[in-house]
Write a protein that binds this ligand. Structure first.
Ligand SMILES: [Zn+2]
Length: 377
């Protein structure tokens, strides 16, 4: 974990580097910004730089010394992670450390911190994960103990906005009267929801969405083709997390694209029995995949409407999609585009509510068959 791994956000990197170089490190720091931009990566790079035994001349951690290696492997004894966890149904005390195994897996599999994936790993069902008061008590105890090996003891708090009031009040005491060389480093997606008493005591550094060019470069370095890198970067809206997810769905995207083309042709030629066959096949996909397919349909409807308006610079399509669009776009027009998109929303809603998928798809396809022939007056 090094500053060199951070995509974009050079101002935030410089600010953190300066704090260490000038030895003016505040006791309580906040890295905030949209989800998926690499805040946790930067927090870990900062902890590595702070503790590295052999910093590079250009101001980065070496990545090789014992401290750097331990931080990368998440077993540095003076770095304590605090994160939202599911409440214990039996009411007993639970701490972040009780989920240490899941957390380690999460950090290595999802360094851009996919929150739904964290909830899934904890298997918390419908309970809302929080940072509870036991956690704050545990932090107070750990803060009072002497450090293992390094000058600084760091509490890295992921999503402080999920701290409940009791936890926040307890934590406030330590932040107000900090032990020497203890750092509270908060990483937040939603700083406006942090309790104001805590928020006002944090020195703030903001991160921003990397540009499309930076995201495309990032994907290319990971072996994604140039063309797909650019498409995924545009669709990712500044989130490295989303860009990686889109790139990993490359295979699914070509499957969806083929289904879309087939269904549009079948609907246009009004082959009802074939549409019935499609509704059975699509229902077998399962709920999650159906939702992603409908998202894909919505995107294609929008792209083809834009193409029909002759605004190609605004289009984001693969070469296959462009070829199909050259003939298909005229059928998506002002007379039907709105209804087509609201049909997709309705189908998504019904599928998520566990309605009979075959019926939902068949309804959707029959209505599509009517809409696709609608022309502007
Ligand atoms: Zn090092």
């Amino acid at each position: 974990m090094r500053f060199a791994d951070i995509i974009g956000n050079s101002n935030a990197v410089d600010a953190l580097r300066r704090l260490v170089d000038s030895d003016k490190i505040p006791h309580a720091l906040l890295l905030s910004g949209p989800s998926g931009v690499g805040k946790m990566m930067l927090a870990r790079a900062f902890v590595a730089y702070l503790n590295c035994e052999n910093r590079t001349p250009d101001g980065d951690a070496c990545g090789k010394c014992p401290a750097c290696r331990q931080i990368a492997a998440d077993n540095f004894p003076d770095l304590h992670y605090i994160y939202p966890i599911a409440a214990n149904k039996s009411g007993g005390k639970l701490l972040s450390t009780d989920y240490a195994k899941e957390w380690k897996r999460f950090l290595s599999e999802s360094p851009y911190m996919d929150y739904p994936y964290w909830v899934l790993l904890m298997n918390s069902g419908t309970t809302q994960p929080i940072i509870n008061r036991y956690e704050a008590d545990d932090m107070l105890i750990k803060a009072s103990l002497s450090n293992y090996s390094s000058r600084f003891k760091v509490f890295l708090i992921w999503l402080p906005e999920k701290m409940n009031v009791q936890a926040a009040n307890r934590l406030l005491k330590v932040i107000e009267e900090p032990h020497e060389d203890t750092i509270f480093l908060c990483v937040s997606n939603d700083p406006a929801s942090i309790l104001p008493t805590i928020f006002s005591r944090l020195q703030r550094i903001s991160l921003y969405r990397p540009s499309d060019v930076e995201i495309a470069d990032f994907l290319k370095k990971r072996g994604v083709s140039e063309h797909n890198s650019e498409i995924c970067a545009t669709l990712a809206e500044g989130s490295l997390l989303k860009a990686l997810q889109l790139a990993s769905e490359e295979g699914e995207m070509s499957e969806f694209s083929e289904i879309f083309r087939n269904i549009m042709r079948t609907a246009f030629s009004r082959k009802v029995s074939e549409l019935k066959g499609w509704s059975d096949k699509l229902a077998d996909m399962g709920r999650e995949k159906s939702q992603r397919l409908l998202d894909y349909f919505a995107r294609m409807i929008r792209e083809n409407f834009i193409a029909n308006l002759c605004l190609p610079p605004l289009n984001v399509m693969t070469p296959d999609e462009v070829t199909f669009s050259s003939k298909f776009a005229p059928f998506i027009n002002v007379a039907n585009v709105e209804e087509m998109l609201s049909d997709i929303d309705a189908a998504k809603r019904d599928i998520s509510r566990n309605a009979n998928s075959k019926l939902v798809w068949f309804d959707y396809l029959i209505h599509l068959m009517i809409l696709i022939r609608k022309k502007p007056k």
